[in-house]
Structures are given as structure tokens and as C-alpha cells.
Write a protein that binds this ligand. Structure first.
Ligand code: UDP
Length: 339
């Protein structure tokens, strides 16, 4: 693939999408950012709007996606991603995972562009195996409220692999585990942003259930590095080889193919109660804890096995949780002070 000269990011005004726009602009690419601003915010890319290599397109990729000119890569990041959002927007979540992914893949095919799907640790559901390697097939309830996100992303992965196998597209799938950092929405409902905002306001920290459930949190900068490493990794097959239908029956794809899903996340696993403690320390807050019911099918544990990312990309996250939370607290402190 030529250098990333012209790149499209769907969901480019989202939390991760916005940071990817920044990074790709800094790396010298022309960046086209499409977003319907349902859960993304124009503010995430406002500082780029006057940049000569940046263009914001207000549009819904679940409806259609057409673009003039060449593209080297399509990064498909459009989707509600916080449980609070996808529980409130179930149909939009399913539509962007299905139709949005279809449109983005069609565009990548038309432009002969590399395609990167932002998938999720939610494809493992409420896992019965911990940590989760990419080979784990998950424990998902398709009809539970959060099944809309899990199924949308599972469908998106299947569609991406089908375009890879049947149309020879150069595709990549990343399963993104919990990621946090500056520019999270203060009201997006996730545990780190909720706890920090509550602690800074002196309000009780809302712990779901008894707080013993675990997650593994990756700082944003580490995630962006990982995403770029996946995106820029060379393809392990030529287009002709990728289109060779024989391997559909012989299953000759290498196990460590860059075209198979890759977990990205920080394997440092913590309970929700530990997160509450770290946030209280980082903010100096004396907010009490308040215990609320646990959401339906809320995963009990989650931790990525990132050995594949290490082997293939030499990538490993570097920012410890306490340090990342301190940086995120500084962001929210400033945000709240400005009203
Ligand atoms: N959680 C919590 N209090 C909150 C928000 C979330 O205890 O105010 C819990 C949630 O139930 C889950 C974990 O924290 O067990 C992580 O939730 P989050 O929404 O951040 O991400 P998820 O991993 O569920 O997508």
C-alpha cells in the first residue's frame, strides 16, 4: 500500500475517531471525516476544520457513503460505543454495524483501499474464559439489550471477512477493549468518565452491582499507536492470493494473518471498586460510593490476551492506569472549570 495519503474515517468526530484524525493529519495524510454527530461531537475535530488537509462531512454512513477521488484507507469507526448510548440507540447501532459496514466496505473495494474495522471486546459477550484470546468464540446473548452492539459488531466482522475472502479486499479487524482518556464525553456513561466527573463534583460514585466485576483499561495514546500499527502493517497476501477461492475450502490462511481479528487493549485488569479508589485518590475527592443495580448481562470479567498484537506488531501498551487516570482527571478538571 502507498503511504497513507488520503484516508476516510467514519465516526471521525467520535472519541477515538477524533484522535485518529489528529494523528493522521500529524503524519501528513489528507483526512476525510464522516460523522452524523449522533454520539460524536463536532468539537472533537473543531480545531482541524481550517486545516488544508482536513474535511468534515456531515453524513450517516448507514444511509449511504460515496466520495470522489482516490483513497488509500477506510477506517470504519462509526457506531455508538458506550453501553448507555447503544442501549438508547439500539436500531441506529444495528444499522451502522450492518448497512454502515456494508457501505464502507463497498467504498473501500471501489477505491482499492485498505479497510480497518473497529470491532470490540463485546464480541466476547460475558466471557467464560479470562483473559480472552482472539480464538475465543464468546458468550453472547443476541436478544439481551446489549446484544444490539455485540451482534452489530459480530455481523460487521463477518461482513469484513467475507469481503476479504470473496473480493480480495485488504481488510483488518481490531477488537478494541475499554479505552479512556481526554475528550471522552462527560455524559457518555462509562465508568471512568462517570467516576471522574462525579468525584470532581463531590457527588457519590455510582457503582453498579457490588463493584467486583472487572475491566482492563487502555489509555488512549496506547490505543492510537496500536491502531496505526495494525493499519500500516503490510498485507501478508497479494490481492490475487487473497482472491484465490481455494483457501476458502482448504483453510490455508495463516493463523497469524494480519487479516484476522486482533485484540487491542491493556491487560491490566481491575475491579470497578479499584477504579473508584484510584479515581478518588487522583482527584483528592471524598465522594462516597453509592451502589446501583448491575445492568443486564454486564460482563463479569474482561481482559485482553494481547500476545497476537505483540507477535505481529511488536505493540504493547505503556501507560499505567494510575498515570492515565491522572491525565484524564486533568482534562475533566479543566473542562468542568470552563463550564
Ligand atoms: N459501571 C459502574 N458505574 C458507572 C458506569 C459503569 O459501576 O457509573 C460499571 C459497568 O456496569 C461495567 C463497568 O463499570 O461493569 C464498565 O462499564 P463501562 O460502561 O465503562 O464499559 P463496558 O465495559 O461495560 O462497555
Amino acid at each position: 500500500m502507498p503511504a497513507l495519503e488520503r484516508v476516510l474515517i467514519t465516526g471521525g468526530a467520535g472519541f477515538l475517531g477524533g484522535h485518529l484524525c489528529d494523528r493522521l493529519i500529524a503524519d501528513g495524510a489528507e483526512v476525510l471525516c464522516v460523522d452524523n454527530l449522533l454520539t460524536g461531537r463536532a468539537g472533537n475535530v473543531a480545531h482541524l476544520t481550517d486545516h488544508p488537509r482536513f474535511r468534515f462531512i456531515h453524513g450517516d454512513v448507514a444511509e449511504d457513503l460515496h466520495l470522489d477521488g482516490p483513497l488509500n484507507a477506510v477506517l470504519h469507526f462509526a457506531s455508538p460505543a458506550s453501553p448507555k448510548d447503544y442501549l438508547e440507540l439500539p436500531i441506529d447501532t444495528l444499522k451502522v454495524g450492518a448497512f454502515g459496514t456494508h457501505h464502507a466496505l463497498e467504498l473501500a473495494g471501489e477505491k482499492d483501499a485498505r479497510f480497518l474495522l473497529a470491532s470490540t471486546s463485546e464480541v466476547y459477550g460475558d466471557p467464560l474464559v479470562n483473559p480472552q484470546p482472539e480464538t475465543y468464540r464468546g458468550n453472547v446473548n443476541p436478544i439481551s439489550p446489549r446484544g444490539v452492539y455485540d451482534s452489530a459488531k459480530r455481523f460487521a466482522e463477518s461482513m469484513t471477512m467475507a469481503y476479504h475472502r470473496y473480493h480480495g479486499l485488504d481488510t483488518r479487524i481490531v477488537r478494541i477493549f475499554n479505552t479512556y482518556g481526554p475528550r471522552m464525553r462527560r455524559d457518555d456513561g462509562r465508568v471512568i468518565s462517570n467516576f471522574i466527573v462525579q468525584a470532581l463534583r463531590g457527588e457519590p460514585l455510582t457503582v453498579h452491582g457490588d463493584g467486583s466485576q472487572t475491566r482492563s483499561f487502555c489509555y488512549l495514546d496506547d490505543m492510537v499507536e496500536g491502531l496505526l500499527a495494525v493499519l500500516s502493517h503490510p498485507s501478508d497476501r497479494t490481492r490475487e492470493q487473497r482472491m484465490d477461492r481455494a483457501f476458502l475450502h482448504n483453510n490455508t490462511e495463516a493463523e497469524d494473518s494480519i487479516h484476522h481479528p486482533i485484540n487491542l487493549g491493556n491487560p491490566e485488569e481491575r475491579s470497578v471498586l479499584e477504579i473508584a479508589r484510584i479515581v478518588r485518590e487522583a482527584t483528592g475527592s471524598r465522594s462516597p460510593l453509592t451502589f446501583l443495580p448491575r445492568p443486564v448481562d454486564d460482563p463479569r470479567v474482561r481482559r485482553p490476551d494481547i500476545s497476537r498484537a505483540g507477535r505481529l506488531l511488536g505493540w504493547t501498551p505503556r501507560v499505567p492506569l494510575e498515570e492515565g487516570i491522572r491525565r484524564t482527571v486533568a482534562y475533566f478538571r479543566d473542562l468542568l472549570a470552563r463550564g
